[in-house]
Design a protein around this ligand. Structure first.
Ligand SMILES: [Zn+2]
Length: 279
């Protein structure tokens, strides 16, 4: 049986600020699952090694400082492996995440709306918009403390896989081939140089397209993750691996519901209901 899996849950977190609740997650996961690394999944996909019973993977997208500050000590305490997908252009810098920058300039509410809107734009349009926003504002440039190479190395030494989340976090389905080539070349080059894991990839925002998949393949990306809120069952497509969205503040009962698969089934119904309510 090729790449066939009974059930594999992969959790996708972003920031970790609620350490107490996050610890409750880890304690539950450690009791009830075999938490494996993405490297073990790669071995399963590429070399047909076996996975333990009830496998689960913990991942974090973007490389927020709070993962180093709050998640790392707890993952060490529970001896659990995890993966951090980093945006390579931000390492060792004070550059903000572009979506936080939009909220900074436009205010929380309007900015948040705009972030959703620009995610559908061509990447070149988004870049132009950001340049214009910075130029027109009277506010001082936004600064954000990003993770350093030393911090990432410390995480790696403590069981983290430091993997690829692109160079500048564009929406891959809105990029040209040239833009995708540059994203892969730069992110892979930098991760290789630092001794991290360039060929395990998470799509920014989970957005992918046939073209982006072709470019990923040509850059020897072996495993790529989505953000589609599904559990992996049956045959796995290595470049379209499903992940479940969770937060550090997700209540434990809800985490259990998400892991049971029921949440995925209920989600389209609750979304339809809330749309109907708005009408
Ligand atoms: Zn991201």
């Amino acid at each position: 049986m090729k790449n066939n899996i009974k059930s594999l849950c992969i959790l996708a977190y972003h920031t970790v600020r609620d350490s107490k609740n996050f610890e409750a997650h880890l304690s539950y996961l450690e009791e009830n699952y075999s938490v494996i690394s993405v490297e073990q999944l790669r071995q399963f996909i590429c070399n047909k090694t076996k996975l333990p019973k009830n496998p689960l993977i913990i991942t974090f997208d973007d490389g927020d400082l709070s993962v180093y500050e709050n998640a790392l000590p707890l993952l060490k305490k529970y001896r659990l492996p995890a993966t951090l997908f980093v945006v390579t252009d931000l390492i060792n810098s004070h550059k903000p995440f572009w979506w936080e920058e939009i909220e900074y300039y436009l205010g929380k509410e309007e900015g948040n709306k705009k972030v959703w809107e620009v995610k559908d734009w061509k990447n070149i349009e988004l870049e132009k918009f950001l340049l214009e926003l910075r130029k027109q504002s009277n506010k001082p440039a936004m600064r954000c403390q990003q993770l350093s190479t030393a911090q990432l190395k410390e995480m790696q030494a403590s069981g983290f896989t430091i993997a690829n989340h692109s160079h500048t976090h564009p929406m891959f389905n809105n990029c040209t081939r040239e833009e995708l080539e540059a994203e892969l070349k730069n992110s892979k080059g930098q991760l290789e140089e630092l001794g991290f894991t360039p060929d395990i990839f998470a799509y920014p925002n989970g957005n992918y397209s046939r073209l982006s998949e072709t470019v990923l393949e040509s850059h020897q990306i072996k495993v790529a993750f989505l953000f589609d809120h599904k559990i992996n069952r049956g045959k796995i497509n290595p470049l379209r691996i499903s992940r479940l969205a969770v937060n550090d503040h997700t209540p434990l009962w809800k985490l259990k519901l998400i892991l049971s698969g029921w949440h995925t089934k209920i989600l389209p119904i609750t979304r339809t209901l809330s749309k109907l309510r708005k009408k």
